[in-house]
Design a binder for this molecule. Structure first.
Ligand SMILES: O=C(O)CCC(=O)C(=O)O
Ligand SMILES: [Fe+2]
Length: 272
């Protein structure tokens, strides 16, 4: 499937392009059911505490990120045409792209956490593959509205190259990377912040250097999204370097958590 040059120019200029109806409504509902059923199954087994919407709490046992098992990933192929996604990705990048990772973010009503602004490449730098060897396909499986925390992107920000990210902690005890708010404010003056209020079944392909993020879901609408990560077939991604990057992040998280415990202990003592 080759895209029109208009679409390709749009992708190159803005760093993203929206494609409507990559999945039809009926199939979106099937995917919703599949993900919900999988979560229910998972909940009866032991799930990773840090991966929950509210870690170490009984209020809500649902997961923040859902990664299907092999069996359900095969079922998913009935509803989502990943070949088509690969062809569009290849056409946009002029490289032979293939899917290497799939995950879902449920972002439930009155609950879904925010996603700090970031460039995806910030998480992958140091693993040898270049930014141009990656592309992301973000699929809305329900209608996405601003007050439900739709995806927001800084138009054209992929042209800035990789900008400085800082480590921040989430409510789940998992660290994230984000530029400073001053830097984002500066960027927003030249690169318009766009709300991507996608219709269910639509998707956005975006460059790994495009700055994006989303607010929390303070609305009554669930906002399931799927993230499909693609890599060039002949990429230079190094597995050992990938492990080293994850390990460094993990050790840094432990350091932050230890600091929190130390502060809490001090506070506890001063109260007693
Ligand atoms: O769901 C979101 O708001 C963020 C998704 C994201 O970071 C991504 O697709 O790379
Ligand atoms: Fe991202």
């Amino acid at each position: 499937m080759s895209l029109t040059s208009y679409r390709k120019n749009q992708y190159n200029r803005n760093g993203f392009v929206t494609i409507n109806n990559i999945i039809n409504k009926k199939k979106c509902n099937e995917v919703l059911k599949l993900v919900n059923n999988f979560q229910k199954q998972k909940n009866s087994k032991k799930i990773h505490q840090l991966d929950k919407n509210h870690s170490f709490s009984k209020i809500d046992n649902s997961q923040k990120v859902v990664i299907l098992d092999k069996k359900n990933n095969i079922k998913l192929e009935k509803y989502i045409n990943f070949k088509k996604i690969e062809l569009i990705a290849s056409s946009l990048t002029n490289l032979n792209m293939s899917v290497w990772f799939k995950k879902f973010y449920p972002k439930n009503c009155f609950d879904g956490d925010n996603e700090f602004y970031h460039q995806d490449y910030a998480y992958h730098v140091g693993k040898n593959a270049k930014n141009s060897e990656y592309i992301q396909c973000f699929i809305a499986l329900e209608n996405h509205y601003i007050d439900a925390g739709c995806l927001k992107v800084f138009k054209g920000s992929h042209k800035l190259g990789l900008i400085k990210h800082y480590t921040v902690m989430t409510r789940n005890g998992i660290s994230k990377l984000t530029p400073s708010s001053q830097q984002l404010k500066k960027i927003s003056k030249k690169n318009k912040l766009v709300n991507l209020e996608l219709k269910a079944g639509s998707c956005v392909f975006f460059n790994y250097n495009l700055i994006h993020g989303s607010s929390s879901n303070a609305s009554e609408h669930n906002q399931l999204r799927m993230i499909v990560q693609l890599l060039a077939k002949n990429n230079n991604r190094d597995k050992l370097k990938n492990k080293a990057v994850w390990k460094k992040r993990n050790l840094n998280e432990i350091k932050i958590l230890k600091k929190i415990i130390k502060l809490k202990n001090r506070l506890g003592k001063s109260i007693n």
